[in-house]
Design a protein. Structure first.
Length: 396
């Protein structure tokens, strides 16, 4: 096995069990290694640090599979890791009844570059690292055994693959495409999932508990949901008893699917649901001009900052939508605002919202911090895994 030798002092993060080795930490590679091959990471003095997948085209030069010198990276390794991840979900009561569930959450489940989401009997996988690509067969076999699912679809079309020197890969790996739409029930609400063309793996499972929270807050309230996608937040608010929900998204196909999802829930009065295809940034300003006010404003935008290099530009975008969102909150109302950008930390995000409130001239208080669902764990040694952060803010 080839050895990846670190520069002096660069082993400290590995001592802390952080799973990434950056290119700037590498002194040399002893031996040959192709993309995805397992290498032994050692300190400059030769001390064993980890076994990791090698990625010569990425700034993350190696991603750790194991810190155990006695552990071999083979088919059995992936079978054990996948089985352990599934067992951890089964040990959490609130997850055992979910029809939509994240089973593998990359580094936080000890499988860098591997995402696996289960929608009823259909599993969707996303492989974003050279190591995950190398062990594709072993991972699919392990997931089939652990889930006994009817079909597996691959959505390895993330831009991150390009950073690893990988081409996009999509298609059915196991089983035949379903003859009817895939539908799950989340917090009592039916949602159709488009695994082939939807965002990410088809749905944003990380927001499950936050959608439930909105439903709890919604009775008797007028709600504005921005960047609504297929209406996960909107339908939870309507099911919870909102008097009216205005949902805005720039995507016509997403709104069409949102309307279809509404139709899957006949107990919800469709007259309480309003839809608007528009650019959210512009539409927020238009709503201000007409004097609109809402009891709850939800801002769940797409990723503005994939890395810290984009943080400054992203901060301006977050401040823009939150400033205009705050102006639409009725006195005593709530702003439910999120960032899924890895390059924007929680402290910076709160600072941005505070700056927006200051510019608006309103008094606002955090009443709850919001985060990803329990099936999206965050390894204590890998804070980068906590990409989703949210604030529930009450406005005077």
């Amino acid at each position: 096995m080839s050895k990846l030798v670190l520069l002096p002092g660069k082993e400290r993060s590995l001592f802390k069990r952080h799973p990434w080795v950056f290119a700037g930490s590498v002194g040399r590679l002893d031996g040959r290694a192709r993309p995805g091959d397992t290498v032994e990471v050692v300190s400059d003095s030769g001390e064993f640090m980890a076994r990791a997948s090698y990625s010569p085209d990425s700034q993350i030069r190696a991603r750790v599979w194991s810190f155990d010198t006695n552990e071999t990276i083979d088919h059995g390794f992936f079978k054990r890791r996948v089985a352990s991840a599934v067992a951890r979900r089964r040990a959490i009561p609130e997850l055992t009844t979910q029809q939509g569930l994240r089973l593998i959450h990359a580094e936080s489940d000890g499988l860098p570059g591997v995402i696996a989401d289960l929608y009823d009997d259909t599993l969707v996988i996303q492989l974003t690292s050279a190591g995950a690509e190398k062990w594709r067969g072993a991972l699919v076999d392990a997931l089939k055994i652990a889930t006994n699912c009817a079909r597996i679809y691959e959505r390895s079309d993330s831009d991150v693959r390009g950073l690893e020197g990988l081409e996009p890969v999509v298609g059915w790996l196991v089983g035949e495409p379903p003859t009817t739409p895939i539908v799950i029930r989340e917090n009592g609400v039916a949602m159709a999932i488009d695994v082939e063309d939807g965002h990410k793996t088809g749905f944003y499972l990380d927001q499950r508990e936050n959608r439930r929270r909105l439903g709890e807050l919604a009775p008797g309230k007028r709600v504005l949901n921005c960047f609504c996608y297929t209406a996960g937040f909107s339908l939870q608010a309507l099911a919870g008893g909102a008097t009216e929900v205005l949902s805005i998204d720039s995507s016509g196909p997403a709104l069409a699917m949102a309307r279809q999802n509404l139709a899957l829930n006949p107990s919800i009065d469709p007259k309480r649901a309003l839809w608007r295809e528009a650019d959210v940034f512009s539409e927020l300003r238009e709503l201000r001009k007409t004097g609109e006010l809402f009891d709850i404003v939800v801002l769940d935008p797409p990723k503005f900052a994939p890395s810290s290099n984009h943080a400054q530009r992203a901060a301006k975008a977050y401040k823009d939508i939150n400033l205009n969102g705050l102006k639409l909150v009725a006195p005593g109302g709530l702003l439910m605002t999120y960032s899924c950008s890895g390059g924007i930390g929680l402290e910076l995000f709160q600072t941005i919202i505070a700056g927006a409130a200051r510019n608006v001239g309103c008094k606002a208080r955090i009443v709850q911090r919001l985060q990803g669902s329990a099936d999206h764990p965050v390894d204590l040694a890998f804070p980068e895994g906590e990409y989703l952060k949210g604030l529930l803010v009450q406005v005077d």
